[in-house]
Design a protein around this ligand. Structure first.
Ligand SMILES: C[S@@+](CC[C@H](N)C(=O)[O-])C[C@H]1O[C@@H](n2cnc3c(N)ncnc32)[C@H](O)[C@@H]1O
Length: 226
């Protein structure tokens, strides 16, 4: 889909591509005293490399645009290698999950942090109003409760509490936000809520249907899903 998007037309790419963690997955955690803990990664989480998208991302972003991409420790170096030479500035943020999946044996760290790479060029402006907002650290629980989409459950649905501040800091109302790996459409829900326009792409039809439902329900009359 990316080649169909006009050059220099996107204000913010906020996306969450596969992490390539399939090979490391130890599966869901079954417990006798509570329901199974979601600790598995999906079948699609094994065939992504940042080099697959770098040229298209650079082409479609406006000169004033910004990129945020969720990623994992195993791909951070690849993101830096490919994206740092193409942008004026490359940084990263940490999302600390306050309720990560538990480890029954105390044999290692919890996976309580995720990384978000960030890249932009001269001309991009930020909406920082105090130093506190400039920390590259966000704290929030993983997606749960009524926000967690059930039909189907997406194993890596991102919480709106993490997405909203990124959109607010890096774009303006009316701007176009793109998520080319949108899952069940969380970036779109946050973007439309904040008065931005949204383009989403997703390969799995069940997730597309869920995203369409969420976007239409939250923004009646303001979306055109095709
Ligand atoms: C990490 S998940 C995104 C989850 C999303 N942030 C949410 O909150 O629902 C990555 C998504 O990329 C999708 N995907 C994988 N390969 C793709 C491709 N080539 N084109 C579009 N989507 C793809 C997967 O189906 C999966 O839903």
């Amino acid at each position: 889909m990316l080649p169909q998007i006009p050059s220099a037309s996107i204000d913010l790419i906020l996306t969450d591509p596969p992490y390539n963690l399939r090979a490391y997955s130890t599966g869901n955690i079954r417990l006798s005293w509570r329901k199974t803990v979601n600790n598995d990664v999906a079948a699609w989480d094994g065939a992504f490399d940042p080099s697959m998208v770098v040229n298209e991302f650079v082409r479609i972003l406006k000169p004033t645009g910004n990129l945020f991409a969720f990623t994992s420790y195993n791909l951070l170096g690849h993101w830096h290698e490919r994206f740092d030479p193409k942008f004026d500035t490359f940084q990263f943020m940490v999302w600390h999950k306050t309720n990560p999946p538990p480890k029954i044996r105390r044999a290692g760290f919890l996976n309580s942090c995720e990384l978000i790479v960030c890249a932009w060029n001269k001309g991009h402006t930020w909406h920082f109003s105090k130093q506190r907002m400039m920390h590259n650290f966000i704290e929030s629980p993983i997606c749960m409760g009524r926000e967690r989409w059930r039909d189907p459950v997406h194993p890596t649905q991102k919480p709106l509490k993490v997405l909203r501040p990124l959109i607010e800091l890096a774009s303006n109302p009316g701007d176009v936000v793109l998520d080319p790996f949108m899952g069940v459409g969380s970036t779109g829900v946050a973007a439309l809520e904040l008065g931005r326009r949204f383009i989403g792409v997703e390969i799995d039809p069940a997730y597309v249907a869920a995203a369409r439902h969420r976007l239409d329900a939250g923004n009646r009359g303001r979306t055109n899903t095709e």
